[in-house]
Design a protein around this ligand. Sequence first.
Ligand SMILES: Nc1ncnc2c1ncn2[C@@H]1O[C@H](COP(=O)(O)OP(=O)(O)OP(=O)(O)O)[C@@H](O)[C@H]1O
Ligand SMILES: [Mg+2]
Length: 352
Amino acid sequence: MYVELRNVNKAFGKFPALSDVSFAIEKGKLVGLLGPSGSGKTTILRSLAGLERPESGDIYIADKRVNDLPAAKRGIGFVFQNYALFRYMTVFDNIAFGLEVLKTPRKQIAERVGELVALIGLEGLEGRYPNQLSGGQKQRVAFARALAPNPQLLLLDEPFAAIDAKVRKELRTWLRETISKVGITSIFVTHDQDEAIEVADEIIITNLGRIEQIGAPDEIYSNPRTPFVAKFIGQSETLSGYGRLKGFAAAEGFSEAIVRPEFVRVFKSGSEPYPHAVDSGVVESSIFRGDAQELHLNVAGMRVIANQPLDEAKFQIGEEVRVLIGKLFLTNDTEVRLVENQSLKDDNPVYI
Ligand SMILES: Nc1ncnc2c1ncn2[C@@H]1O[C@H](COP(=O)(O)OP(=O)(O)OP(=O)(O)O)[C@@H](O)[C@H]1O
Ligand SMILES: [Mg+2]
């Protein structure tokens, strides 16, 4: 494996920021580190970069153990969340910075900066200062600056956190394409699951300084392995009395269930295709989401969220509806079990 952490532990005072963190990354992959605030994402990047010194464990980069290698010798490019461009330097000088430090000949610097400016699509803006750039442009310059000395590993810590939603979406597509063009092994931190799912080849989920799950985005999404991941990924609602729902019996040892909007369908009373598999529910509130009506339902005293496509039936607040829950993730302290609505099997759909 190209990059590897083996049983890395890092504490700040008595606080364990990383506990036995192990993972491995193949060369050329773009990996997303996803987890809640304080879960250790930045500490993982900083340990890789040599900016933190773990108490124990081993770190390998390009198949070489780097524990005792200083940050500057690890061949890492780092993009920080808060731009961190040099304010009194132009775009050109910012990108050239790492090459100047390495005492690269002038002509070579000009060539390399030219290449990178073209890569980030900012031709003609080489002479501008950071305060003359938009947030998205600044992050592209930070990206080019990190790439300039040809690092063997690129680390990005919430590179788009300070950028507004629309530009952020464009930038993540751009990042994905540009990284695959350059072919550099990269790890980027985010706490936005959509960003991780859309951009990463592989996702590592962190929680309380531990790794919860590692896998391809679709695998993580459809097959959460731990209760934390099941709750964290998707728009999840936790149901404590799931045994009251049609088609689901309370399973021994599983006290809670998790439901996501895509597990739920809502029908007008009397028009439900599976009469024995549906529950009654009441629409408590609704949010217009542009492409769907998000319905917050009360089903047997529990909150269930459904996304109703706009071209299908509309529902009013207070309306009594039929709610079909197709499946649930049952959870206890350590396990997740996917169960299907048993009554669906016995029910012959009624077509009307
Ligand atoms: N220098 C430090 N001194 C003391 N505690 C620290 C230090 N750096 C981080 N921590 C603690 O270690 C834990 C992990 O921090 P880290 O910055 O890695 O989290 P994170 O996942 O990057 O969070 P965020 O999404 O908010 O950036 C946190 O509880 C944090 O308070
Ligand atoms: Mg952080």
